[in-house]
Structures are given as C-alpha cells and as structure tokens.
Design a protein around this ligand. Structure first.
Ligand code: GDP
Ligand code: MG
Length: 625
C-alpha cells in the first residue's frame, strides 16, 4: 500500500488499489501543466460545473471539497472559480491557497482554515468583477489540500440568471451564458450540469446549453440535486431521468443530496451532511437502488468524477501533445517575424542599427535587380514596371498605324497651307510639320509613364521600409524625409530629361545610313492602293521611314530615363541616405522599439518557455505510462 493513506481508502468501494499508479500521475500531469500556466495557451482537461441559479452547484462543490463556499441569493459566483482539490496523507494539515491575476500582477493568499475560504473568495471576486453584481471572465484559483478531498479540479461558474436584479446589467443572462459557453464548448471540458430533481429537467437552461455544445452528451454528466424535495408521487419521473430515459446523455445522470437551507441555518457540518445523505438514500424506497448501483450520493459522485477525469485526460493526451507542438511552431514563427530584441550595450546597439539598415538596403538592391522576395499574391516591382514599359511601346505602335492610315489627309492638309511653292510639290516643311505634330502628341503619354512607374516604385519602397522599420517609429520617421525628398528630386530630373528629349525630337534627325536603310525597308512593303498621287506616296515613304526610327528611339529612351532615375538613382540615393542615419546624432533613438512590440515579444517568449516545459512534461508522461 502506498504511503498516502486516506479516509477514502477505508471505504473499499471508493478507490481501487491502482489509484497511486493510475489516477495520481494523470491528475498530477495535468496539474503540472496547469501550474506552468499553459492554460492560457491551450485547453486542458477540466470539469466545469454549470446550472441555473439556486440549482445547488455550490452545495455540490462544497460537499465534494469539504469547504464552505460563498452563498446567498442572486449571483453569488461572479468569476470562474477553479477549485483544485488535492488529497494529502493523514496527519498533514489542511491548507488552502487562493490566487488570481489582475493587471499582469499575481495576487496570492494563503489560507490556514476552511472557514477563511468564503471571505477570501468574495474579496477576490470584488477585486476582479467589482463590488456590484457584474461578472468577470478572470479566474480565481483556489487550491485546497486536505485529507478528505478527492483529487479533482473543478471549475465553478456563475449560475444562469433569468432576470437582472438591482444594479445588474440588463444583459446579465447573455453575459453569463457567454462566459459558460467559453468553458463548455471546449472538447477538453466535461460539463457537470446541476439540475434540481424537483423541477422539470426539460426546462433547465443549463442542460439546453450543454446540449448545444455537446449534442450526444459525450462530455455531459447530469447531476440531480434536492431529491428530498421531490413531491410524493413525482419520484417515478426522477427515476426515469436517472435511468437516462428522459433526456439521454452518454454519461448519464447521478443524484446527490446536500445540505438544505435548514441544515445550513443549523450549522450542520459537511461530514454530518454526508451521513444524513447516506441515510436518506438507504431509507428511500425509490432511490435506494441508485445508491446500490453507484449512481447516488456525494462519495459516489466524487469517485465517478475522478474516474471520468482520468479517462478524459488519457483520451486527451495525444491531442494535447499535438496542440503543444502546433502552438510551439506558431509561436516560434511569430517570434521570428517580430525580430530579435534591441540589445542594451551601446556598441551592440549601433551594430543592431547598421544591421537593420543593411538589411533594408539589401532589400532595395534586390528590388532594383528584380530579385526581391515576394508573397504569393504579389508580383515583383520590376514585373509591374515592365508592364508599364510595354504599354508605352504599344502607344508608339498605335501611333505608327494611325499615321499610315491618315497620312494622305494630313499631307493634303499641309499642302493646302502651302506658301509659295508650286502645286504638287511636296516640301520638306510639310514633312517636318507632320513629324513634329506626331512626336508632340507622345509627350503626354511619356509623362504618364513616368508618373505611373514612380508610383509603383514609391509604394514598393515605402512598403519595404514599413516592413523593416515598423517596430521602430523613430527610425520610420527619420527615413520618411529622404524617401520622399529623393523621390521628388529624381522625378523632377527625369521629367526634365524627358522634356528635353522631346524638345530634341523637334529637330528632324537621323544618321544618313540608318535612314536610307529604313527607307528601303519601307519601300519594299506593298503600298496601299488609294495613294495614287506619286509625290504623296513619296512623302508617305519618308514619313514612315522617319517615324519608324523616332519610334524606336523613344521606345528605348523614355523607359531608360525613367528606370535610370526612378529605380537606379532613387534607390541608390535612398541607400546612401539610410547609411548616413548611422552617424545621425539621434541614431540611438532610432532603435527604440514600440513598447507594445517589446511587450508582445516578451509575452511570446514566455509562452515559448511554458510550451517547451509542457512538451517535456508530456514527453515524460508518455515514457512512464
Ligand atoms: P447555486 O446557486 O446553484 O450555487 O445553489 P446553492 O448551492 O446555493 O443552493 C441553493 C439552495 O438550495 C440552498 O439553500 C441550498 O441549501 C439548497 N439545496 C442545495 N442542495 C439541496 C438538497 O439536496 N436538498 C435541499 N433540501 N436543499 C438543497
Ligand atoms: Mg452558487
């Protein structure tokens, strides 16, 4: 026999001799996971107690724990109360520990005597949920070590109130239901639904809620209370419920009798109440059978719950391990994305800044070389620019086609404006006039090309700076000026260059050799029939030849100017400006992190730590079971 003797073992039916080997390690495992704090990261197996107001939840918990919990009318339980019961060997003194977290601080209170529990819980509730009647999602932990408690962790939840009273919020029922929902919807939670035996169970809100999250009742156990208040003649209905014939649940129903109001007024002890309960069932003509079958009384409930919890824990273990693994991976990715923290040492801080800027600059280099990393949905900056450039080429080609179609009209038009030359004589001036007009018309689309390309590059550079510097508002601010100023400067230069290019295009020029060659090519093409007039035909040849050359020149030159200034020069100058920030007098302030980033990192680091430990705990448990 183990060294841990307990009163429970005196009752041979109460615990199997495998208790120490099977039950204890299981519950210890979950408790040690819980004490790592992983409950905030993943769901741990637990038993939650739910029920309508005054259904007897607190009475059941009291009977199981041997500790008087706060009572009264209205909503007495206003925060989830995690009741961790731990059985200790005979001779060990009773002890309790109440704790809760508020505003990132942990409050702890040691309790020497069960009588202190009620007040301590009320005080904690007032601290968390306010002095009024409102509820809070913050949990209160109450750990109790006693020789006559079962090894169990139970969560007491506020009772479902139908109507708001006094200074309660009007939606109090909704609030409470939401709170209950967060617990019972988890697959890891067994719901104990407490229902008075003297009411129609179909009308109880708690059972309805449990049904919606667990339709087959796989994780729901029904607890009937107040069997002593069942009217004479109504016992058969209760018996049917207990036989699982009314609202069937996979886990079925149990019945317990706790202290009634009179017993409490008389200060009846919880031990005495257990005796009274036993006598009640033994003497009861309808319910006695359920005591014999292990379906009635607090000791049987306590035994059953421990068994359920152990079963549940064993079943949840593989899933729990997977949860830990997934969460670890996820947390790790989040940490990597957040980047390393800023070092304290001065020299290291400077290196940190240099490193940060270098990585940003490298990203710009990659962008200019069309080698940058991109997400699935995005395309490279250069791909976008290339689209703009080919759009420009299309504009030029379209111009050439139009030119071919309307040339005769244009030549006629120019001839009608002729000066002193003889009719039928096509002058060089006409040729020049037509060329100039068409080249001029291209200046606006060229400017648009510059604008669009600048927009694309500027957006990309800003996005890059955001992704690298977002956590550092000062650095972000310092980078903003050069990013904008240099862009505007290069834009102006490019604009000027394009303007002078178009100015130059007003001079009709081509290398003789190139021109003759182009003219030959044009002449070798079949000529549209409607050009009957020979000199119009000649003029058309010349215009086509010349325009082919101009078009080719502009097709290359304009994108080259745009790319040179807006991509090459702009990014090169931004990189230089970023590097010069290193020597800025406020350089150190540039790497001051946004405070919430630092907070988030330390939170994630904490979570990593907890999960790693949880993984170890779980790995060990697999080895030993
Ligand atoms: P809660 O609001 O669900 O926590 O309900 P309580 O545990 O505070 O119980 C409500 C009332 O029902 C209290 O006056 C209890 O004394 C009484 N009560 C609880 N269980 C029983 C029982 O088995 N028999 C009798 N007669 N009264 C009970
Ligand atoms: Mg209560």
């Amino acid at each position: 026999m183990s060294k841990r003797k307990s009163m429970m073992q005196e009752d041979s039916s109460y615990l199997s001799q495998h208790y120490e080997e099977q039950v204890r390690p299981c519950i210890d495992l979950v408790d040690s996971l819980r004490s790592l704090g992983v409950e905030q990261d993943l769901a741990l197996p637990a038993i939650a107690v739910i029920g309508d107001q005054s259904s007897g939840k607190s009475s059941v918990l009291e009977a199981l724990s041997g500790v008087a919990l706060p009572r009264g009318t209205g909503i007495v339980t206003r925060c989830p109360l995690v009741l961790k019961l731990k059985r200790v060997s005979n001779g060990t003194a009773w002890s309790g520990l109440l704790s809760y977290q508020k505003d990132f601080r942990l409050f702890k209170q040691e309790l020497k005597n069960p009588a202190e529990v009620g007040d301590a819980v009320v005080k904690a509730q007032n601290a968390l949920a306010g002095e009024g009647k409102d509820i809070s999602h913050n949990m209160i932990n109450l750990e109790i070590h006693g020789t006559n408690v079962p090894d169990l962790t139970l969560i007491d939840l506020p009772g479902i109130a139908r109507v708001a009273t006094g200074n309660q919020s009007h939606d109090i029922e909704e609030q409470i239901k939401r709170l209950i929902q967060t617990f019972i919807k988890k697959q890891e939670t067994i719901s104990l639904v407490v229902v008075p035996a003297n009411v129609d169970i179909a009308t109880t809100e708690a059972l309805k809620m449990a049904k919606t999250v667990d339709p087959d009742g796989q994780r729901t156990l029904g607890i009937l209370t107040k069997p002593d208040l069942v009217d004479k003649g109504a016992e058969e209905g209760v018996v049917n419920t207990l036989r699982n014939e009314v609202i069937p649940l996979k886990k079925g129903y149990m019945v317990v009798k706790c202290r009634g109001q009179l017993d409490i007024n008389d200060n009846m002890s919880l031990t005495k109440a257990l005796d009274k309960e036993k006598k009640f069932f033994v003497d009861h003509s309808h319910f006695r059978i359920f005591l014999d079958e292990g379906q009635a009384s607090i000791p049987h409930l306590s035994q059953r719950l421990t068994k359920e919890l152990v079963y549940h824990i064993n079943r949840s273990l593989p899933k729990l391990e997977k949860q830990v693994r997934d969460k670890l991976e996820q947390t790790n990715t989040q940490l990597i994305n957040l980047g390393k923290g800023v070092p304290q040492d001065e020299a290291e801080r400077l290196n940190f800044l240099i490193e940060k800027i270098n990585r940003f600059n490298q990203a710009l280099t990659d962008m200019a070389r069309a080698e940058e990393e991109i997400g699935d949905s995005q395309s490279r900056v250069f791909t976008k620019i290339r689209k703009q450039f080919s759009g420009w080429k299309q504009t030029l080609d379209k111009k050439a086609t139009l030119l071919g179609e309307h040339l005769r009209d244009e030549v006629d038009e120019f001839r009608s404006q002729r000066g002193k030359e003889l009719p039928g004589f096509v002058s060089y001036r006409t040729f020049e006039g037509i060329v100039k007009r068409h080249v001029e018309e291209l200046e606006e689309p060229a400017k648009e090309l510059l604008q669009n390309t600048t927009e694309i590059i500027s957006t990309a550079v800003n996005d890059t700076s955001k992704s690298f510097f977002e956590a550092f508002p000062n650095l972000m601010r310092a980078a903003k000026d050069p990013l904008e100023d240099l862009r505007d400067q290069e834009y102006e230069k490019a604009e000027e260059r394009l303007a002078s290019q178009f100015k130059m295009e007003r001079i009709i020029y081509s290398q003789d050799g190139l021109y003759s060659h182009q003219l030959q090519t044009v002449k070798s093409n079949p000529f549209p029939k409607h050009f009957k007039n020979a000199d119009v035909r000649e003029m058309t040849y010349h215009l086509n030849a010349y325009f082919a050359i101009t078009s080719e020149r502009l097709a290359n030159q304009v994108p080259l100017v745009v790319q040179y200034h807006m991509l090459e020069e702009y990014t090169t100058r931004v990189k230089a400006a970023m590097l010069s920030l290193i020597r800025h007098k406020d350089a150190d302030s540039f790497i001051q992190e946004k405070s919430d980033i630092a907070k988030k990192r330390s939170y994630l680091l904490g979570r990593m730590e907890r999960l790693r430990k949880a993984r170890q705990v779980l790995a060990k448990s697999v080895l030993t079971t």
